[in-house]
Design a protein around this ligand. Structure first.
Ligand code: ASP
Length: 328
């Protein structure tokens, strides 16, 4: 795999292979010395034109655990704020010898533009492009769901997909790159996805996505899904009011305390709660749900490091299907 630009482009074989490599990387993280020499001598540049906590830190940890040299480049404080173009910025990184560029950018399509540009020979990993895609988030989410399913069914996660898993994704679908990556990857892996949102936060064209859409959260939760993923209300991407008030949103589309209690009644071990972060506690999710035994939100963060190690390894060493033996 030369680049990782979108989850939609991943075949079932590549997705399962990435998830399996993620399992090997998770083993590495359980060792006292959490480092392998897989990318020794390679340079990974984290090029972030948008704010980030989890994604940036976890790509940095992932690259370091693979023994790569890491350069963190935030647009704030760089010559980008003096008006330097993406082309000049990237050509500078090329001259420095970047082998992999991990890029987050506010424009949808920016990662593909970079990969197709000829400005750099580096492998490109999309760490979020506008409202388009966030493929490593979808991979870490799928990894988290696969572990839950394997544990529940008493089987090994290796080599398996998500066939039969029922996933409800709730909230600001309109502005979410996380949901766009998740819907396609979960579909490829065989899961059944239902999106739930107020009509104002559902994008035009959702009918072409491989999922169902509901506007009634209580109805969707009454169907007893295996996974409930809450999305952040992305206030920074909203230029007008999409719902009357925070209270109204929370009471109809939030995982508030009452709704959470109803969800887990009699099936506490059979349902998990996810959120990509950062959370707006009290808006889309209550503290009761976020901090509950059903919550996998911190597991998602830990799994993010394993899956980003897998993604960096697959692009930098051009893995197409089975992970290389020497990795273990
Ligand atoms: N951290 C995720 C993203 O960058 C989700 C979010 O910001 O709501 O897309």
């Amino acid at each position: 795999m030369r680049h990782l630009l979108s989850a939609r482009d991943l075949s079932l074989e590549s997705a399962v292979s990435l998830l399996d490599t993620g399992e090997s990387m998770a083993q590495v993280q359980m060792r006292d010395v959490k480092k392998i020499p897989a990318l020794r001598g390679r340079t990974v540049v984290n090029l972030f034109f948008e704010d980030s906590t989890r994604t940036r830190v976890s790509f940095e940890a992932a690259a370091k655990r693979l023994s790569a040299d890491v350069i963190n480049f935030a647009a704030k404080g760089s010559s980008v704020s003096k008006g330097e173009s993406l082309k000049d910025t990237v050509q500078t990184l090329e001259a420095i010898g970047a082998d992999v560029i991990v890029m987050r950018h506010p424009s949808s399509g920016a990662a593909k533009t970079l990969a197709d540009s000829g400005w750099t020979q580096a492998h490109v990993v999309n760490a979020g492009d506008g409202t388009h895609e966030h493929p490593t988030q979808a991979l870490l989410d799928a990894f988290t769901m696969r572990q839950f399913k394997a544990q529940r069914d008493g089987v090994s996660p290796l080599g398996t997909d998500l066939t039969g898993l029922r996933v409800v994704i709730v909230g600001d679908v309109l502005h979410s790159r996380v949901v766009r990556s998740n819907v396609w990857l979960l579909h490829t892996l065989g899961a059944h996805v239902t999106l739930v949102a107020p009509p104002t936060l559902v994008p035009v064209g959702v009918g072409a996505w491989p999922c169902e859409v509901d506007y009634d959260l209580d109805r969707a939760l009454a169907a007893q899904p295996d996974v409930v993923m809450m999305l952040r209300i992305q206030a920074e991407r909203m230029n007008s009011a999409y719902f009357p008030s925070a209270g109204e949103y929370s009471s109809r589309w939030g995982l508030d305390e009452d709704r959470f209690r109803r969800l887990i009644v009699g099936r506490g071990d059979e349902v998990i709660i996810m959120h990509p972060g950062p959370m707006n506690r009290g808006l889309e999710i209550s503290a009761l749900a976020a901090d509950s035994p059903q919550s996998r939100i911190l597991n998602q963060v830990a799994n993010g490091v394993s899956m980003r190690m897998a993604a960096l390894y697959h692009v930098a060493t051009d893995v197409t299907e089975a992970p290389r033996k020497e990795l273990a």
